[in-house]
Write a protein that binds this ligand. Structure first.
Ligand code: GDP
Ligand code: IMO
Ligand code: MG
Length: 422
């Protein structure tokens, strides 16, 4: 298939980076359409580990064009840091990275407000990455945001920034936080703007030319379905549309040019941050943490873990229109005797096959499980579906059937070659 939208089918960290790295082999252009440096996409090449935050994971393959689309919110200082880190690791950036001139900027007051809001919420906190994502998208929706095109015009940027710093300092003062210096932010951002200038362009036009030239486009989703601003466990969500539609609005590529939606999901469930997670389980959490797994790529926080939640992934298939599935981290279950799958929720004496839209009701749901025998051996060396133990094959077929999409890829380790095309 030509143009693929890849989305997380759970709560983020499904292993999207690894799958993108595999799929980029047969794509020409990789596009990020939403989110910001709250994302952390891990790719392991031999002994090297890369964690991509803003730059599409396709950057690790030469001769692929990587686009940061209009729907992304960019902290220019963080982006430059990421570019420098990659250059130091020998990755070629110049000539293959494009940044949308319409992308909104994350500014220092966004980060400070994000942090203060979380502190003030106390127990009700969202558990954000504190990267200023919510306040930056908030300003975009309120039409007071600054965009990459502003940064490319220093006098325009300075004038707009002055007003925004003044307004946001008032907010910071009411939060009991220290105001920030307009001059310092102006200097740091204008310097970053000079360095980013060679990459900034009208990416909508670039993508339409690429489509006309029959280039294959891969859309790299960030976060996951249940962190979507509209369809997730609001307010315990991020501030962008992480579902498939976000790929179109965030890039300017129309829906009819998308040929396939691929959903990435772990063979179990994880979530970092607060909010409902019906299949959360202390046993599987301790087991995975004991193996040194499931610590956040961005913040290092321990991820909450649970059994595979088919109610959630079935809903994800519905809202994203998922055609094919990539199941990652199958090897995480290699030592489990009896594997549970959440097939329904119980709420107030009723059985639900879709998650409630209200987060309070969602949080009260109890998981209903079916059980399957584990395979109790390593799957890490399997390179074809038939090399997997029969119990693992049955488990994969069962979770794909419950999710309602075709199993296309299975991942049995973080490395590129630990991938099975079904
Ligand atoms: P993303 O945000 O969706 O790209 O996922 P993250 O990179 O935040 O988290 C996924 C973690 O799982 C990373 O540490 C990956 O290296 C790792 N990973 C991905 N697929 C597999 C797999 O099949 N097996 C193992 N053991 N690790 C995997
Ligand atoms: P990738 O792309 C997992 C979570 C945060 C928090 C909520 C809101 O690596 O899958 P934010 O900083 O966005 O305002 O935080 O969303 N979150 C993620 N969880 N993976 C991510 O990205 C996430 N990006 C944000 O933990 O619960
Ligand atoms: Mg991640």
């Amino acid at each position: 298939m030509a143009n693929i939208v890849l989305v997380g089918a759970q709560w983020g960290d499904e292993g999207k980076g690894k799958i993108i790295d595999v799929l980029t082999g047969t794509s020409d252009v990789v596009v990020r359409s939403q989110g910001g440096n709250n994302a952390g996409h891990t790719i392991v090449h031999g002994r090297k580990k890369f964690v991509l935050r803003l730059i599409p994971s396709g950057i690790l393959r030469p001769n692929k064009v990587c686009v940061i689309g209009n729907g992304v919110v960019i902290d220019p200082i963080a982006l430059l840091g990421e570019i420098e880190e990659l250059r130091a690791q020998g990755v070629k950036i110049d000539g293959n990275l494009l940044i949308s001139d319409c992308a909104h900027l994350v500014l220092p007051y966004h980060r400070l407000i994000d942090e203060r809001r979380e502190q003030l919420k106390g127990k009700q906190k969202i558990g954000t990455t504190k990267r200023g994502i919510g306040p930056a998208y908030g300003d975009k929706a309120a039409r007071v945001g600054l965009r990459m095109s502003d940064l490319m015009q220093p006098p325009v940027f300075s004038a707009k920034l002055q007003v925004r710093v003044r307004d946001n300092n008032q907010i910071l003062r009411t939060f009991g936080a220290k105001p920030i210096s307009f001059k310092q932010v102006e200097a740091a951002y204008l310097e970053a703007g000079v360095k980013l200038r060679p990459f900034v362009t009208n990416t909508v036009v670039y993508l339409h030319r690429a489509l006309a030239a029959k280039k294959k486009i891969l859309f790299e989703g960030a976060q996951g379905t249940f962190l979507d601003l509209d369809h997730g466990t609001y307010p315990y969500v991020t501030s962008s549309n992480t579902t498939a539609g976000g790929a179109c609005t965030g890039s300017g590529v129309p829906p009819h040019r998308v040929d396939e939606v691929m959903g990435v999901m772990k063979a179990y469930t994880t979530r970092v941050g607060e909010g409902p997670l019906p299949s959360e389980d202390a046993g599987i959490t301790n087991m995975l943490h004991g193996m040194g797994r499931e610590f956040g790529a961005v913040t290092g926080r321990a991820r909450r873990c649970g059994w595979f939640d088919a109610v959630a992934t079935h809903f994800a298939t519905m809202v994203n229109g998922i055609d094919s599935l990539a199941v990652t981290n199958l090897d995480g279950l290699d030592s489990v005797e009896v594997i549970k799958i959440c097939t329904a929720y119980r709420l107030d004496g009723k059985t639900l096959d879709v998650p409630p839209s209200d987060h309070q009701a969602f949080a009260r749901c109890e998981a209903v499980y079916e059980e399957m025998p584990g395979w109790k051996c390593s799957t890490e060396k399997a390179r074809s579906f038939k090399e997997l133990p029969p119990a693992a094959r049955r488990y994969l077929q069962r979770i794909a059937a419950l999710t309602g999409a075709k199993l296309a890829v299975v991942s049995v380790g973080p490395h590129r070659d630990q991938t099975i095309h079904v």
